[in-house]
Design a protein. Structure first.
Lengths: 198, 737
C-alpha cells in the first residue's frame, strides 16, 4: 500500500470525523466489524456480497444473517464497499445502483466502509475521470442508472445556531477500513487506527 | 412573503436575528478563511485564480445554454431519465401537480431546493391536496414555523436555540431543552422517517447538472437528499439551466469551492452524482427558466447566473447581519438576492431590500464565482429608481447638485444651530431630540457641529502666505497638487481638507483648490439616480480640468470620491466617448490621500514622531479595501512616520455602517452596523481611532459620542497634520540645522 497516500487519506478523513483504520486481510476486517459488538440488526450491502464474494462469505459467517428491509428500524451496523477512497478529502466513493445498498449506507447508525488498498486515489479529479469514463458516452449509453456518492464523514447538521451535530438522518459514526489486498503480503498482525493528524 | 416594510419592521424588532447572525458571520469567516488557505496551498493557485476559472466555465454555459442543455438532455435520457423544459413557475408547479394527480400521490418528500421556494411549489401542491414535507432540518423547522428560508444554505439561521425548542415543543407536544441541540436535531430523524417510507415521490433541486454525462449533482450534510432520491420510486429534479456544467471535472471544481464558501468545510458530507433512475424507479428532470433567459440576455446582470448558492455574500454582508435574510432579500437573500429578485419576482419585490445595501463591496470579495455583485446591485437599483419609485429622492439630489444652493442651505443650518454647538458636535436639546422622527436619526449618532465657514473659505487655503514650510524633500516637492475637498468634509468637517492641505505642503507640494468643485456625484449614483450622478460628475470633471493643468495630481482626503471617479465614472459615461475620455484622464491623476502619502508624497521615517504617543487603532474605509485594493497602508504609514503603536482592529475589513445615503434612509440598519464596529474598537483597548474617509469619521465620531465610548475619532489627515512641528518651535529649528 502507498503509505503516503494512506496517511493523507486518514488525516483528511479524521478532519471530517471519519475514523480510518487499516486491516491486513479480510479476516481482520471481519474481526473489526464484530468488535463493534452490534446490539441489533447488521446490514451488509448486497453489492459487497456480489463484488467481494470471499469477504461476503466471511462476514456472513461471523455476523447474524441479514434481515429483510425494515426501513423504520435502523440497522445498528451497516457494512458496504467503496469503489474508491479519495486522499484529498478523506472521502469514500460509494456506487450504489441498487437502492438496497443505499438503505444500508443511509440508515445504519454505524457505517463501516471497506476500501481495498489498491483503490485509494489522490484527488477528486480521479473520481471525475472515473465517472466520465463510465458515463460520458462513446462507450454507448449506460444500460442502468448510476448512483454514486462521495461520503465524507457521518451525517451532520449545523442548522441550529450553526452548532455542529453529528448524526442527523444518516449514520452517527463512520468507520472506513482500508484492507490490504487479499493476495498481497500481510502488512501488520493487528488492525490499526490511523493516528489523527491535527 | 409579506411586504418589505413589514419584513423590515419584524427584523428590527427581533433581537435574536442580530445576535445570532453576528456569531454566525464571525465563526463562518474564520472557518472559511482557514479552509480557503488550505485549498490555495493544495491547488498551488490563488482563490482569485480558482474562482475566475469556475466563473469562465459558467460563462460558457450562460453564453450558449442551448448546446449544453441538449447535451445534458441527450445523456440523461440515454440513462433513462425523462427531461422536460418549462418556462415559468406555473408550468413547473403544474408538471409536478399533474404527475401527483396521475399517480394518485398525496405525500411527497423534499430535499432542500431554493428553486422550489422561488416558484412556490409547496403552496401550489397544498392547494392540489398534496402534502410536501421538507426533510432538510432547517427547512423542516421553518415549515413547522410557517416561514421561508432566510439564508441560502442555513435556512433557519435567524432563529436561536430557545426559539427552536419552543417551536418543537409546540409542534411535537413534548418539551425540549434549548441547550440540548443534539436531541433537537435527532428529533428530525424520528419525525421524518414515516414520511420517507410513505412518500411515493421525492423532490430535489440540483447543485449542478453535468452535460457530458447527464448527471444531477446534489450535496448535503445531513443525508436527507439521499433518502428523498432513493426511498420513493419517483424522483423529480427541478433546476435552472444555470446549474449546467460541461463535464464532471468542472463539477469537482465547483465542489471544491462550494462547501468551503458555504460552511467552511472542505467538502459536504454527501456529494451525490445521479445519472438516470435506479432499476424500477423513475427520474424526471424539470428544467425551469422562470426569468433565467432574461438574466442571460442582460449584459449588466448575466454573471449573476454563475451563482452556486453558497450564501457567502450574505455571510460577509454587514446589513444582512443586522436584519437577516427575510428583510435583506425576497426569496433569495443576501447580495445575490438583491440582484436576481427582479428577474424572478419582479422589480417591486426587488425595490425594498435594495435600500439596505451599504455598497461596501464585501460580497464581491467572497463570491466563489466572482460575480460583480456591487455593480449589479447598483444596476438593479437604477432600474427600481427609473421605475419612478423615488421622485422625492431625485429632487433632493437635484438640489444637492447645485453648489450655491447647498452652500446656502447648510449656512442657514449652521447659523441656526450655532447655539447648540459643543466642540465638534451639535447637541439637540432633549425634548426635541426625543421626538421619534429625530431620535431615530440622532439618538445613536450625535450630529456634527456645522461650521459657519466651509474649508474653501478658510484663509489657510486661499492665502499663499500661511502655506507652512516643507518638512522634507519628496518626489512631489514643487509639484502643483489640486485638492479635491469632498463636498461633505468641505462644509461639515473642514478640518479634514485643511489638514490634508497642510500635509501635502509638508511634503513640498504646492496646493491649489479648484473653486468650482462640489460633489463628485457618488450620492446620486449610489441611490440609483444616474442622470443626477452624470450631471454632478460632469461638473466635477470640468472643475478639475479648469483648475489644473494636465499634469497636476488631484488629491482628496475622501477615497470614496476616488472610487467614484475611477470606477463609477467609466460606467456613467460608457456611451459617451467624449466624456469617457475626459473621465479617463481625470482617473489617471487622482489619488486618495492615503495612497498619496504612502506613495509619491512619502515623508521620511519618524518625521512626525513628536506628539501624542497613545496607541492607535485604524479603521479602513470598506471601499478602500474592496475597490481600491488597499490593505495596511494607513497603519504602516502611521507606524513609520509617527512611531506609535498600532492596535489591530478586529474585522477591519467590515463597513462602519455609514454607507452613504443608507444611514439616512435606513438609520436602524446603519446603527446596528456601527455598534458592531464600535464593539471591535472597544476590544482593541485603543482610545484613538484613525480612519481615512470623512463619512466614516463623522459616523464613527458621532456614534462613539452617543454611545459614551471614550474613543477619539480622527481622519488620518487630522491625526498626521496635528503632529507637524511648529516652525517656531526651537526643537524643530535645531533638527533642521
Amino acid at each position: 500500500m502507498d503509505l503516503a497516500l494512506y496517511n493523507q487519506f486518514a488525516g483528511a478523513g479524521a478532519a471530517t470525523a471519519t475514523t480510518v483504520h487499516r486491516a491486513a486481510n479480510p479476516q481482520e476486517f471481519c474481526r473489526f466489524v464484530r468488535s463493534l459488538s452490534p446490539a441489533g440488526r447488521v446490514g451488509v450491502a448486497p453489492s459487497l456480497i456480489l463484488q467481494q464474494p470471499e469477504l461476503g462469505q466471511l462476514l456472513r459467517g461471523s455476523l447474524p444473517p441479514p434481515e429483510p428491509d425494515d426501513t423504520l428500524n435502523d440497522p445498528s451496523v451497516g457494512v458496504t464497499l467503496a469503489e474508491m477512497g479519495v486522499a484529498e478529502t478523506g472521502s469514500v466513493l460509494l456506487v450504489e445502483g441498487d437502492p438496497a445498498d443505499r438503505l444500508v449506507s443511509m440508515l445504519s447508525l454505524t457505517l463501516v466502509v471497506v476500501v481495498p488498498a489498491s483503490r485509494l486515489v489522490a484527488s477528486l479529479d480521479d473520481v471525475a475521470t472515473w465517472l466520465e469514463d463510465r458515463l460520458a458516452g462513446g462507450k454507448g449509453p449506460p444500460t442502468t442508472g448510476c448512483y454514486a456518492t462521495l461520503v465524507s464523514g457521518p451525517s451532520r447538521s449545523a442548522d441550529i445556531e450553526r452548532s455542529l451535530t453529528i448524526g442527523v438522518q444518516g449514520p452517527m459514526a463512520l468507520h472506513v477500513v482500508v484492507v490490504d489486498d487479499v493476495d498481497g503480503p500481510a502488512a501488520t498482525g493487528h488492525i490499526s487506527t490511523a493516528a489523527v493528524k491535527p | 412573503v409579506k411586504a418589505f416594510p413589514a419584513r423590515y419592521r419584524d427584523a428590527l424588532e427581533d433581537p435574536n436575528i442580530r445576535s445570532g447572525l453576528l456569531g454566525f458571520q464571525r465563526s463562518w469567516r474564520e472557518a472559511r478563511d482557514a479552509e480557503m488557505l488550505h485549498l490555495e496551498a493544495q491547488a498551488g493557485v490563488s482563490f482569485d485564480e480558482l474562482r475566475n476559472r469556475l466563473a469562465s466555465i459558467k460563462d460558457q454555459i450562460i453564453a450558449d445554454p442551448r448546446e449544453h442543455l441538449d447535451r445534458f438532455a441527450e445523456r440523461a435520457s440515454a440513462a433513462g431519465a425523462q427531461v422536460v423544459e418549462v418556462d415559468g413557475a406555473h408550468a413547473a408547479n403544474d408538471y409536478l401537480g399533474t404527475l401527483c394527480q396521475e399517480r394518485g400521490i398525496r405525500l411527497v418528500t423534499k430535499g432542500k431546493s431554493m428553486l422550489t421556494e422561488e416558484i412556490g411549489l409547496n403552496t401550489y401542491l397544498e392547494a392540489k391536496g398534496v402534502t410536501a414535507v421538507e426533510t432538510d432540518l432547517g427547512e423542516w423547522l421553518l415549515q413547522l414555523a410557517g416561514e421561508h428560508p432566510s439564508h441560502l444554505v442555513m435556512p433557519a439561521i435567524h432563529k436561536r436555540r430557545h426559539q427552536i425548542a419552543s417551536l418543537l415543543e409546540a409542534s411535537l407536544g413534548r418539551p425540549f431543552d434549548p441547550d440540548d441541540i443534539t436531541t433537537m436535531v435527532r428529533s428530525a430523524r424520528t419525525e421524518l422517517r414515516q414520511a420517507f417510507v410513505t412518500a411515493r415521490l421525492g423532490v430535489s433541486g440540483a447543485n449542478a447538472l453535468i452535460a457530458s454525462t447527464g448527471t444531477v449533482l446534489l450535496v448535503s450534510n445531513e443525508g436527507n437528499h439521499g433518502m428523498c432520491t432513493s426511498l420513493p420510486p419517483i424522483h423529480v429534479v427541478l433546476a435552472g439551466f444555470d446549474k449546467l456544467l460541461p463535464c464532471t471535472k468542472d463539477a469537482i471544481a465547483q465542489v471544491r469551492l462550494l462547501a468551503r464558501s458555504a460552511t467552511g468545510q472542505p467538502i459536504t458530507t454527501y456529494t451525490t452524482f445521479i445519472t438516470g433512475p435506479s432499476p424500477g424507479h423513475e427520474l424526471h428532470v424539470v428544467l425551469v427558466d422562470n426569468g433565467r433567459s432574461t438574466l442571460a440576455a442582460d449584459p449588466e446582470l448575466r454573471e449573476a447566473l454563475r451563482c452556486i448558492r453558497c450564501g457567502a455574500c450574505a455571510n460577509v454582508c454587514p446589513p444582512y447581519q443586522v436584519v437577516g435574510g427575510h428583510a435583506f432579500g425576497h426569496i433569495y437573500s443576501g447580495a445575490i438576492g438583491l440582484v436576481v429578485t427582479a428577474a424572478h419576482h419582479g422589480l417591486d419585490a426587488a425595490a425594498g431590500p435594495q435600500s439596505l445595501c451599504v455598497s461596501c463591496g464585501a460580497c464581491a470579495t467572497a463570491c466563489p464565482v466572482a460575480i460583480p455583485l456591487p455593480t449589479q446591485i447598483l444596476a438593479v437599483r437604477r432600474q427600481t429608481v427609473s421605475e419612478g419609485t423615488s421622485r422625492a429622492k431625485r429632487l433632493v439630489f437635484r438640489a444637492y447638485a447645485s453648489r450655491p444652493l447647498t452652500a446656502t442651505v447648510l449656512r442657514i443650518f449652521a447659523v441656526g444651530t450655532r447655539p447648540l454647538r459643543h466642540g465638534p458636535f451639535t447637541r439637540i436639546p432633549q425634548p426635541l431630540a426625543r421626538r421619534p422622527a429625530l431620535s431615530r436619526h440622532l439618538s445613536w449618532r450625535t450630529p456634527p457641529a456645522l461650521p459657519i465657514r466651509p474649508a474653501r473659505s478658510s484663509s489657510e487655503l486661499t492665502a499663499r502666505a500661511s502655506a507652512g514650510l516643507p518638512l522634507a524633500e519628496t518626489p512631489v516637492t514643487g509639484r502643483r497638487v489640486a485638492l479635491f475637498l469632498q463636498c461633505m468634509a468641505d462644509r461639515v468637517a473642514p478640518s479634514i481638507p485643511l489638514s490634508a492641505a497642510r500635509l501635502l505642503r509638508a511634503a513640498g507640494a504646492e496646493v491649489t483648490v479648484p473653486r468650482r468643485q462640489h460633489c463628485c456625484g457618488l450620492v446620486a449614483f449610489d441611490a440609483g439616480d444616474w442622470d443626477g450622478a452624470r450631471r454632478m460628475a460632469k461638473a466635477t470633471i470640468r472643475s478639475l480640468e479648469d483648475a489644473a493643468t494636465a499634469g497636476d495630481h488631484v488629491v482628496t482626503p475622501a477615497p470614496s470620491c476616488v472610487v467614484a471617479m475611477t470606477q463609477e465614472y467609466p460606467r456613467l459615461f460608457a456611451h459617451d466617448p467624449d466624456w469617457e475620455r475626459r473621465a479617463g484622464r481625470l482617473a489617471g491623476r487622482v489619488y486618495d490621500l492615503v495612497s498619496y502619502m504612502a506613495g509619491p508624497a512619502r515623508l521620511p521615517t519618524g518625521v512626525l514622531a513628536a506628539g501624542d504617543r497613545r496607541p492607535v487603532t485604524v479603521h479602513r474605509f470598506c471601499q478602500s479595501g474592496t475597490m481600491l485594493g488597499q490593505s495596511d497602508e494607513m497603519a504602516d504609514l502611521i507606524e513609520d512616520l509617527c512611531g506609535v503603536e498600532i492596535l489591530p482592529l478586529p474585522e477591519v475589513e467590515m463597513c462602519c455602517g455609514f454607507g452613504g445615503s443608507t444611514s439616512l434612509l435606513r438609520p436602524d440598519t446603519a446603527k446596528g452596523i456601527l455598534q458592531r464596529k464600535l464593539d471591535c474598537v472597544r476590544r482593541t483597548g485603543a482610545s484613538l481611532l484613525v480612519t481615512d474617509n470623512p463619512g466614516c469619521v463623522l459616523h464613527l465620531r458621532g456614534g462613539a459620542d452617543a454611545a459614551g465610548e471614550p474613543v477619539q475619532v480622527l481622519h488620518l489627515a487630522e491625526y498626521l497634520a496635528a503632529r507637524i512641528p511648529d516652525p517656531a518651535d526651537p526643537c524643530r529649528q535645531a533638527r533642521r540645522h
